[in-house]
Design a binder for this molecule. Structure first.
Ligand SMILES: Cc1cc2nc3c(=O)[nH]c(=O)nc-3n(C[C@H](O)[C@H](O)[C@H](O)COP(=O)(O)OP(=O)(O)OC[C@H]3O[C@@H](n4cnc5c(N)ncnc54)[C@H](O)[C@@H]3O)c2cc1C
Length: 444
């Protein structure tokens, strides 16, 4: 019981949330509105939002491109969260830059997908005046600096800073029963399902933490934790780094929107880099998706020499083997690496849809981010997955538009837990603790 001597300290909570990204923090916010719960948020870094939740494109995506059948929860969460974020940004005076996104069909065969987008936009709850389809001649006359066969303009896509958003939500948690445990990493192998306890350590000090329920929002470690708790053994994870480059000064001032292209290979996580107008009106291009062998390889291939071997032979091996003998995957992965290493290659990918773009417009690199994609023997999973066990809930493959949908997505997890009795008797979250959003906004 003595932390000074390096002995184990014991603590007990009703709920522990592992991972202080935007998902873990929004979950903690909703849980903290239930006064009777003793909650801990355990985070490996010294603060919240140090990884994907700060290292991303920063776009509140409107759900025009989300198939409501295949991405049901994300489409719902993105739509629900939009006005929640807007109200939140206004109230706390946080950056909110409604630049809009123009998504271009680079190839004639992608035109049909634009029409799917307009159908999905309405099905997902967008208003008809929030978007418009442009045919080739409209695109050419309105945006003569772009090349494409047509496009959809989503007017309400908005650039924000999700790192600032996450830290602001975290600061507003008011419950005295909420504890933040930073600099502390949960060792997946130490989780004892039978005893509902785990070992967490910050290097010097070990803590044995007992819990009634664990919520796993650990991003890069989420699958390891799920495996340890007996779940998802058919799935494995690969990491893809997205690099960004800053566009110098006020080059291409005529471009006022984010410019995306319709992905040519939706079965893989490889997209064209986008032209992004950030929340502060600075401009960047990116991200690409270069495979890396460590979840924190923000530069280079991996952090440690043995990472590639460890990644390749981590079980299950079959889904990775299938991918690594797939020629198309290998060739695309190679070209993604090309654009990580070479500013010229990255620039040329953008020049394909912005002909005026020139490599000299790129000066410094921006902040890279890493997405943690889950695969099984059928390939990449399209959607996030929520896995439920008697004493734990796990969110894996929580990739884009995860930051956009976080407030409603987290509320829906807490709502399910209330419904299933995991949080005790169903009591409605307490008004005075719901100081940003109210539960009734999401579940009227
Ligand atoms: C390049 C890129 C661009 C993107 N662009 C967009 C965008 O424009 N719009 C959008 O909506 N989404 C975007 N996304 C997706 C979005 O950023 C993510 O969906 C979201 O940030 C995920 O949040 P998270 O909380 O799950 O993960 P994270 O932010 O990664 O948080 C997980 C936390 O868990 C901690 N952790 C991990 N293991 C342990 C452990 N063992 N013990 C304790 N703590 C642990 C980590 O330190 C980390 O803080 C993008 C993602 C990337 C990578």
């Amino acid at each position: 019981m003595d932390p000074q001597n390096g002995n184990t300290v014991d603590r007990n909570y009703h709920i522990i949330v592992v991972g202080g990204g935007i998902l873990g923090v929004t979950l903690s916010y909703w849980l903290s509105t239930i006064p009777s719960l003793k909650i801990a948020l355990i985070e490996a870094s010294d603060d919240v939002a140090k990884h994907s939740s700060s290292r991303n494109t920063g776009v509140i995506h409107r759900p025009f491109y989300m198939n409501p059948e295949k991405k049901k929860l994300f489409a719902w969460a993105s739509q629900k969260s939009y006005l929640m974020w807007k109200g939140f940004a206004m109230r706390f005076n946080l950056p909110w830059n409604p630049v809009g996104t123009l998504e271009i069909a680079k190839r004639e065969e992608d035109l049909g997908r634009l029409h799917n987008f307009s159908r999905w936009a309405l099905q997902n709850g967008m208003e008809s005046d929030e978007f418009m389809i442009l045919d080739r001649s409209e695109l050419n006359s309105k945006y003569p600096f772009l090349r494409g066969h047509g496009a959809i303009l989503s007017r309400t896509d908005t650039s924000v800073d999700f790192g600032i958003f996450t830290r602001s939500i975290f600061k507003s948690i008011k419950n005295d029963n909420f504890t933040f445990i930073p600099n502390t990493s949960v060792n997946a192998k130490s989780i004892d399902v039978n005893k509902s306890s785990l070992l967490a350590s910050n290097g010097r000090r070990k803590m044995r933490i007992g819990f009634n329920h664990l919520i796993n929002a650990a991003g890069s470690d989420s699958l390891k934790i799920a495996h340890q708790m007996g779940l998802a053994h058919d799935k494995t994870m690969l990491h893809f780094r997205g690099d960004y480059w800053k566009v110098a000064g006020n080059k291409l001032p005529e471009i006022k929107n984010n410019i995306y292209t319709i992905p040519e290979h939706p079965e893989f996580p490889f997209l064209d880099p986008h032209f992004i107008v950030r929340h502060d009106n600075s401009r960047q291009i990116g991200p690409n998706a270069a495979p890396v062998f460590s979840p924190y390889a923000y530069e280079g291939f991996s952090e440690r020499l043995l990472d590639p071997l460890r990644t390749l032979f981590e079980k299950p091996v079959l889904p990775k083997l299938k991918l690594f003998v797939n020629r198309e995957f290998l060739s695309l992965a190679g070209s993604e690496w090309g654009s990580s290493l070479s500013r010229k290659k990255m620039g040329l990918r953008v020049k394909a849809f912005i002909p005026e773009f020139s490599i000299e417009m790129l000066n410094d690199k921006g902040i890279a981010g890493i997405r943690h994609s889950v695969i099984d023997s059928h390939g990449f999973l399209e959607d996030s997955i929520i896995l439920k066990a008697p004493t734990s809930t796990h969110i894996i493959n929580y990739n884009s538009p995860g930051a956009t949908g976080a407030p409603a997505y987290a509320a829906s997890i807490v709502n399910d837990m209330l419904d299933s009795g995991v949080l005790g008797e169903r009591i409605y979250p307490q008004e005075k603790l719901s100081n940003i959003w109210k539960f009734e906004e999401v579940f009227p």
